[in-house]
Design a protein around this ligand. Structure first.
Ligand SMILES: NC(=O)c1ccc[n+]([C@@H]2O[C@H](COP(=O)([O-])OP(=O)(O)OC[C@H]3O[C@@H](n4cnc5c(N)ncnc54)[C@H](O)[C@@H]3O)[C@@H](O)[C@H]2O)c1
Length: 328
């Protein structure tokens, strides 16, 4: 599908990821970009920089109200289904979070079908794999291991698996092209405080700036796969432009980064010599807490040619430059 000249809707348009998808759609020459959000979590400031671009329409709408979607999807070629509750907000409000992630996703597909939308790109998560049991390379065929997952993560994971099943169902039954992208830990400019693993970056940066020691769980050897939001947005636009349908793709760096390394990068950038404090918070909502997380990005590379361009050192430097530019 051609991006240039066409109309796209981004649900969760005021989100971290949605705002970057909008940037890249506009850069690729999209004719119109409709940003639909109910601002329950994101704020209009996230997309304030797009004000004045005649191709952008910011719509206050709720994916739980299907009529809002019928209106917004009229004339759209593609929909980026990004609105959703991450593990943290979902744990705080399971009733609303599950409604948004499940019922809201059904509404997106129903409205897409009604409006004749050609393709939906759905924001899924590597949470679908659960807690990795071995240090095997995890590709899209890997079965979910949810047994040892915390309840909040389990609910989130199940809600994303339902979203993925809806992608396949609507592709098979109604011919809507649909792709699910499983992101690892997304971070970058316009970072929020809702992603459990991105908190190791943003909260520790805040601590360092306040002159406090960064804090880490265990001995700091817990690893995550950090993927910069610009790479995630590019994967979204490439997936929309591609012929892929009915597929699930990992959108990951393929690099394991310890949480200790995150604080070292922050120390290098800020010039801080504050040593980390190792402190476990038993009440913290956590996703994986493993010391091995080997994720494969081979499938998306072969299918649509996507690979990450921003390493974690550069990505965190970009995030810090953005925070500083905000005057925070
Ligand atoms: N950030 C990550 O690390 C990560 C990782 C894997 C998957 N994801 C998925 O990617 C998507 C975006 O993540 P993000 O970090 O940009 O999230 P975010 O919290 O910044 O954005 C979610 C957006 O959805 C909006 N929203 C919530 N309920 C809504 C409703 N009923 N109607 C309309 N809008 C609604 C919120 O206002 C917010 O702007 C989510 O679906 C998330 O599950 C994110």
């Amino acid at each position: 599908m051609q991006i240039a000249g066409n109309t796209f809707v981004v649900t969760g348009g005021a989100s971290l990821i949605g705002s970057h998808v909008a940037d890249q759609l506009l850069a690729a020459g999209a004719g119109e970009v409709v940003l639909l959000d109910n601002f329950s979590l994101g704020t209009p400031e996230t997309v304030a920089h797009l004000e004045g671009d005649a191709r952008v329409r910011l719509v206050r709408g709720d994916i739980l109200r299907i009529n809002d979607l019928y209106d917004a999807f009229k004339g759209a070629t593609g929909v980026f289904s990004i609105a959703g509750f991450l593990t943290l907000p979902l744990s705080q409000n399971p009733s609303l979070g599950l409604a948004v992630n499940v019922e809201g996703q059904v509404n997106v597909f129903e409205a897409a079908r009604y409006a004749g939308v050609k393709k939906v790109v759905f924001s899924s998560s590597i949470a679908c794999y659960g807690e990795p049991e071995s240090d095997a390379l995890i590709d899209e065929t890997f079965p979910a291991n949810l047994v040892s997952y915390q309840p909040g993560s389990m609910l989130y994971s199940c809600s994303k698996l339902i979203g993925e099943a809806l992608c396949k169902l609507y592709a098979q039954k109604h011919g809507i092209e649909a792709v699910a992208l499983r992101y690892s830990t997304v971070y970058g400019e316009r970072q929020h405080y809702r992603g459990v693993n991105a908190l190791y970056i943003i909260q520790n940066y805040d601590r360092i700036v306040r002159g406090e020691r960064p804090t880490l769980p265990g001995d700091g050897s817990e690893v995550h796969d950090y993927i910069h939001v610009a790479d995630v947005a590019r994967a979204n636009v490439m997936a929309m432009a591609s012929d892929a349908s009915g597929e699930v793709f990992n959108v990951v760096s393929g690099v394991e980064t310890t949480v200790k390394r995150i604080t070292e990068i922050l120390q290098e950038i800020t010039g801080s010599s504050l040593e980390p404090l190792y402190e476990d918070d038993p009440t913290a909502v956590k996703a994986t807490s493993s010391t091995s997380l080997r994720l494969s990005r081979e499938k998306i590379g072969k299918a649509i040619g996507w690979e990450p361009q921003v390493c974690v050192e550069e990505g965190i430097a970009r995030l810090v430059r953005w925070i500083v530019a905000q005057g925070r």
